[in-house]
Design a protein around this ligand. Structure first.
Ligand code: HEM
Length: 411
């Protein structure tokens, strides 16, 4: 589908383009599937029902393809020669006010920007960030334990990625309150459009920090980016704003939501909690298995040139949504995929994407989940959902868990 055709859409719904055969059209809103408020993953899993082809066209959100099977999701993520990252979501919108590199660039441009942030996620850097995240996790759980209850999303999960970001860019503790407010605005916006307002504030914040670092350099990522070059020239301020903001945005609601889904699962499954309390060494494998079972990102790619993929004719400009959720839950890739089995062989999934854009924060994200489980389960081994507590999920570019009211016995 071309941009011009998208403009013909009404309320986000597009006319079916001529190259899309009627038997591949299914009226399924990937960002708002039926049942998502109760179970975001099962709502998307409906796309593995026999009536859906492996790749189908949805007229919703401006019209786009959806790849429903792990093999295609994994392959298309990595195939930048045919599928571009210059557009990632539907309906196709205008370019963001600052360039969000590296995520919106294709190789070779992507490679130049990506190489500037990789060191911040190398094992040595992650080890330092783990120590900070662990110290905060211990403090938070010790504070929460005597209360006997909490909203896990607000009182625990949101704090860890903020602490990690603050370490990467070395900003003072006095910024924490503001950053937490923005985390809240990103993870639980009062209205969906509010996310853009929050992102705008994050851009302003990043610009201010860049100006500060230019006057007073440090040893942090922002200072490094002010000295970095692409193609033989220094990065511009908007480029640095985009890169710094992307690290905050990319590592925030993803980690908060992945951690909250893990906590929700553990709250409902005493048997799995017991396994981890008795064998904490199992926790890294449990993290991988929970990331397979509860993926969250549903963005996509833009077809570069007219092509045929597995018998499906796609036109330049068509969007293909790649729900990472559906790789982890694909029974062709994993036997009994809805079952959580901490002893499953280490799974190969798309939760962190694949190829050149594969999440640079994957080890950091895993580490934050590991720290949560190690420190929480040691101090609060038994916990459950508060009776009548509201658990609301939403689908979207990223699935989100809005609140997680937990309780446990004190004393
Ligand atoms: C469980 C947590 C996380 C999940 C599920 C996740 C998921 C993803 C996915 C699926 C992509 C690929 C996007 C694409 O190919 O278009 C990605 C890219 C990215 N993620 Fe993560 N992420 C997580 C944690 C983090 C963390 C902790 C950070 C940083 C602090 C981060 C920063 C980024 C950045 C900068 C990119 C863009 C990379 C590029 O375009 O080369 N993510 N993430």
């Amino acid at each position: 589908m071309t941009a011009a055709q998208t403009d013909n859409s009404t309320n986000g719904r597009a006319a079916i383009p001529a190259h899309v055969p009627a038997d591949l059209v299914f009226d399924f809103d990937i960002y708002n599937p039926p049942g998502a408020a109760e179970d975001f993953h099962l709502a998307l899993k409906q796309l593995h029902d026999p009536q859906y082809p492996d790749i189908f066209w949805s007229p919703c959100n401006g019209g786009h393809w959806v790849a429903t099977r792990g093999e295609d999701i994994h392959r298309i993520f990595a195939d930048f020669e045919h599928f571009s990252s210059t557009r990632l979501t539907v309906p196709k919108s205008n370019a963001p006010p600052v360039p969000l590199f590296p995520i919106f660039a294709d190789p070779p441009q992507h490679t130049a920007y990506r190489s500037l942030i990789n060191a911040s996620f190398a094992p040595k850097a992650v080890a330092g960030l783990e120590a900070k995240a662990r110290a905060l996790a211990v403090r938070l759980v010790e504070e929460l334990k005597p209360r006997g209850k909490c909203d896990f999303v607000v009182d625990f999960a949101q704090h860890l990625p903020i602490e990690v970001f603050m370490s990467i860019v070395d900003v003072p503790g006095s910024d924490r309150k503001q950053l937490l407010e923005w985390a809240e605005g990103m993870v639980r916006p009062k209205q969906p459009g509010d996310v853009h307002i929050t992102i705008g504030k994050i851009f302003e914040y990043a610009a201010q920090k860049i100006a500060e670092r230019r006057k007073s350099p440090g040893d942090d990522l922002i200072t490094k980016l002010t000295r970095a070059e692409v193609g033989g020239r220094p990065l511009t301020d908007p480029e640095i704003v985009g890169m710094v903001s992307l690290i905050l945005i990319g590592g925030m609601d993803t980690v908060v939501t992945a951690m909250s889904f893990a906590a929700l699962f553990l709250a409902r499954s005493p048997e799995h909690r017991r396994q981890l309390v008795e064998s904490p060494k199992l926790i890294p494998k449990a993290v991988d298995e929970l990331l397979r079972r509860f993926p969250i990102v549903n963005q996509g790619r833009c077809v570069r040139e007219d092509m045929v993929y597995k018998g499906v004719s796609m036109k330049a400009g068509d969007m293909v949504i790649l729900p990472t959720t559906l790789h982890g839950l694909d029974e062709r890739a994993f036997p009994d995929p809805l079952k959580v089995d901490f002893n499953r062989p280490t799974p190969m999934h798309s939760t962190f994407g694949n190829g050149p854009h594969r999440c640079p924060g994957s080890n950091l994200g895993r580490t934050e989940l590991k720290v949560f489980m190690e420190e929480w389960l040691q101090r609060i081994p038994d916990f459950e959902l508060q009776p009548g507590g509201k658990i609301e999920m939403r689908s979207g570019v990223n699935g989100t868990l809005y609140g997680l009211p937990l309780q446990w016995k004190v004393g």
